[in-house]
Design a protein around this ligand. Structure first.
Ligand SMILES: [Zn+2]
Length: 98
């Protein structure tokens, strides 16, 4: 049942769970001018890192001293907020009980 063209999906590794996923399913973060920015289109030049669109993976990644091997420090709060917004995790909307 496989489609022939599905084998060429580029895979990237999430920096939270460290699993590989199709590149287009991950959020790309880029270091530009020593600032970490979200790169929704995948076109920003710079050293990039990938993350699942999951708050869980973001918090795992945030706990590391080095966010990735290309981002040799933790994200700032502003940067983390921007990533959350891009993932779709709005502040204060995690009150979902049940
Ligand atoms: Zn992940």
């Amino acid at each position: 049942m496989g489609k022939a063209n599905s084998k060429h999906t580029p895979m990237r590794r999430c920096n939270g769970c460290m699993k590989s996923f199709p590149k287009k399913e991950l959020l790309r973060l880029v270091v530009a001018d020593d600032k970490v920015v979200v790169d929704p289109g995948g076109k920003t030049e710079g050293r990039g890192a990938y993350l699942c669109r999951s708050e869980d993976c973001l918090s795992k990644a945030l706990k590391k001293k080095r966010f990735t091997n290309v981002m040799t420090r933790k994200l700032t709060e502003d940067e983390a907020e921007a990533v959350k917004a891009a993932i779709g995790v709005a502040e204060g909307r995690s009150e979902v009980s049940e």
